[in-house]
Ligand binder design. Structure first.
Ligand code: 5CA
Length: 422
């Protein structure tokens, strides 16, 4: 992509109201623009990161055997009246009336819709287990939308729903998602802290939260530092037994963590998984026939990941005072090509053509050197190829690693070779 043909409205100054680093950089690097409080437009560069995050999630969800679907944003109130949640949900739910005066809502979550979706077709134990997921926009009219995409009103979520014939089978589904979540976050370069959690308005009796450590986090985490070793082992049973809680000293006392193993840090919730049995299948009357002819309510679980929140979380985890430092797995482009020789574009053009435009972001503008360097550091692409005077005289360019700042000189062919092989 050539910058001269792209839409990248970067900002020199930090806009007022942006308190945390991810919010500042999201706005300054031209990734998002606020449309209304807690509601954002995704600009091309931001959308590209959002899609990369989506695709990692999609890939691991598919590998786990879950199947992608897409449910509507707008839902009828009748389904929520059936589950009994319509009155409980309160002001966080955006309630709408259609032209026939029917009560509708913008979905804050999809337990009711998905239960309704399967209830006519799933009648026998032979249809189960089943896990459906979607990546869909939600709306929650949060009291205090803040920190950019961290706590939005409109936000993108990956939400999955599992259906099983028994508690034992539902635990297998739950554990599989637990494992899949660790894989997903690791692929983004993140180390999740998994906590036992409250089930809140989703309801149910088993739940874990996945957090990322960050001093701008809204929760305080208390956890056993053995968790890091166990995360490497991916031993789910031991992980589930390790004690970690958020914001709750009372629980902490109940489950003693040896003082020298106790870590206390701020965290941001990036995922939340729930097992809630028949909380929805019972009031909505969703039953399957077992092998022995008995009818039982389906056991359900739901599994959420804050997809748009993750864009902010990754910036919180990977940045410096110059800007963002994207992990390669989610970077909008792999390479930033900076041409400092505005009168002689031959060398830079050649590199651009050779490396294919989808992974190279080419600053082909005539702006001054300082502006170009600062902008490229701000948008945080993992690699920079800097084409200066030596490109013309000696066929040599500089390769800069954005994370370490290390600069290496090499011949143009060598640079092309290096980035086209990997
Ligand atoms: N139905 C369940 C799981 S599918 C559910 O709604 N879970 S949740 O409420 O915990 O949300 C799932 C994830 O969405 C959270 O872990 C968080 O990462 C993200 N999330 C929740 N609220 C917001 C918000 N206001 N802004 C951005 N992300 C949010």
């Amino acid at each position: 992509m050539r910058l001269s043909k792209y839409y990248l409205p970067t900002l020199k100054e930090t806009p007022a109201g942006a308190e945390i680093v991810s919010h500042k950089y999201l706005l300054r690097a031209g990734l998002i623009k606020q449309t209304a409080s807690g509601i954002y437009s995704w600009l091309p560069l931001g959308l590209s990161v959002l899609k990369n995050i989506e695709n990692i999630i999609r890939d691991e969800m598919n590998k786990s055997g879950a199947i992608e679907a897409l449910m509507p944003c707008i839902q009828p109130a009748t389904l929520w009246q059936e589950s009994g949640r319509y009155d409980d949900y309160g002001k966080e739910m955006l309630r709408i009336k259609d032209r026939h005066e029917s009560d509708m809502l913008f979905g804050p979550t999809h337990e009711e819709v998905v239960t309704d979706l399967i209830r006519d077709a799933v009648k026998s134990y032979k249809n189960l287990p089943l896990c459906l997921y979607q990546i869909q926009w939600k709306f929650r009219d949060e009291v205090r939308p803040r920190y950019g995409v961290m706590r939005g009103r409109e936000f993108l979520m990956k939400d999955a729903y599992s259906f099983d014939v028994s508690y034992e089978s539902a635990m297998d589904s739950y554990n599989l998602m637990y494992k899949t979540y660790i894989k997903i976050f690791k692929r983004m370069g993140l180390t999740p802290i998994v906590l036992r959690a409250d089930t809140g308005p989703i309801g149910g009796n088993l739940s874990h939260e996945f957090h990322i450590l960050a001093n701008t986090g809204e929760s305080t985490l208390y956890y056993d530092n053995k968790i890091f070793k166990l995360l490497e082992s991916e031993d789910i049973e031991s992980l589930k037994n390790i004690y970690a809680v958020a914001d709750d000293m009372h629980d902490l006392k109940l489950c003693f963590i040896p003082q020298k193993q106790l870590n206390i840090s701020k965290g941001i919730e990036i995922g939340h998984i729930f097992y809630f049995g028949d909380k929805y299948s019972k009031p909505m009357n969703v039953k399957v026939t077992l092998q022995d002819g008995k009818n039982v309510n389906i056991h359900m679980g739901s599994y959420g990941i804050g997809v748009s929140r993750l864009v902010g979380v990754i910036i919180e985890a990977f940045h410096d005072d110059k800007g963002i430092i994207w992990p390669e797995a989610v970077a909008p482009f792999r390479i930033g090509l900076i041409n400092l020789q505005t009168k002689a574009t031959g060398a830079a053009d050649r590199i651009y053509e050779a490396l294919k435009s989808d992974k190279v972001f080419y600053d082909d503008t005539e702006e001054n050197v300082g502006v170009k360097f600062a902008r490229m550091d701000l948008i945080g692409l993992p690699w920079q190829i800097i084409v200066g005077k030596k490109a013309v005289s000696e066929n040599i360019v500089e390769i800069k690693n954005r994370a370490t700042g290390e600069v290496e000189e090499m011949r143009i062919e060598e640079a092309i070779n290096r980035f086209s092989t990997k």
